[in-house]
Ligand binder design. Sequence first.
Ligand SMILES: [Zn+2]
Length: 395
Amino acid sequence: MLEIIAEPMPSLTLPALAIAPARVIRGAGILATLADELTRLGRRPLLVGGQRSLPKVVPELAPCLEKLAVEQAVYGPDCSETSLARLHEIVASHQADLIVGIGGGKALDTAKLLAHQAHLPIVTIATSAATCAAWTALSNIYSEAGAFLYDVALDRGPDLLVLDYDVIQTAPQRTLIAGIGDALAKWYEASVSSGHSEQSLVIAAVQQARVLRDILFQKTPQALAEWGGTAWCDVVDASVLLAGVVGGLGGAQCRTVAAHAVHNGLTHVAASHGTLHGEKVAYGILVQLRLEEMGPKTSLAATARQQLLQFYDRIGLPQSLDDLGLGQMSLADLRQAATVACRDGSDIYRLPFSVTPDALMAAMVSSTAATPWASKTNASQLDDLSHSPQEEVSP
Ligand SMILES: [Zn+2]
């Protein structure tokens, strides 16, 4: 009889998984109904948010706060070490036992990291669909001037994520479009960094990133045309929640690649600060594909870029430095952005070929370059993108 001897399990301890928030509460007009949820987590919450998001959300939240000892603090400057140091003082003076983050990506990143460092429970209340920061166990740290410095992996996802569609609906359309750009990057980056992984959860993450991209391709035009409608809700869920699932499932091995590295580089150019995270990332996807066009799978990357250019054109995502308001940037600034994107440890080195600042600069100024076969794709084919063999596009 054939005897099968299994390989022994490795004895090492693997990193803990922080896949998702413990609870996600969604709905329209739900802010006033969270009293039990908040009281379960703490009695002395510190609300941390943006200058505009706090006055917008706190009155809605007021019925839930009546029996709690509440303190508020505006985050800033940026999600920076200085901002965190100041907020820690407020945590101590208020004797806070719960952090409630209210706002967009930077406010939520600040609140999450504050809670992580202070060992307190954390609630995230998203006020726009511009990122999946309400979901993820990750915070990005910037300088006080807004330049990306590093990210911090948190020990767990939020204890509660609140997604109130009434609040999201009042955010500018531009924030949702930026969130779509950031969410699209999941596929283009995960397929490059982890497309060949044999680990179950990473395979699942990459496939979810493809599903996410397809949902966005199919539903975004209708979502923007019928603001607040069913397709809009689906796109909000995709950008805030499903994008978070991809990051959570994939973990540290399913990370960002060149699109976010380009974003990070651009944040070191002051003139880029008027644009949103997802807008820079969306442009970064085109730059990444341009770099891939210089690699071994030229035609597939070029086709993907042309398809994205048409999609961006349809929904209003930036395609070039010009669209980001950086058309007049100096060569020195361009080199600075490229050098930061190519510094040691950058995610750009997850590309399966080497990249230099010079090559990156060339890609950054040619994100809309035509390709000989570009005329073969047309707008009507966008509707069929989910059926195209895109998984071959990025190795
Ligand atoms: Zn991002």
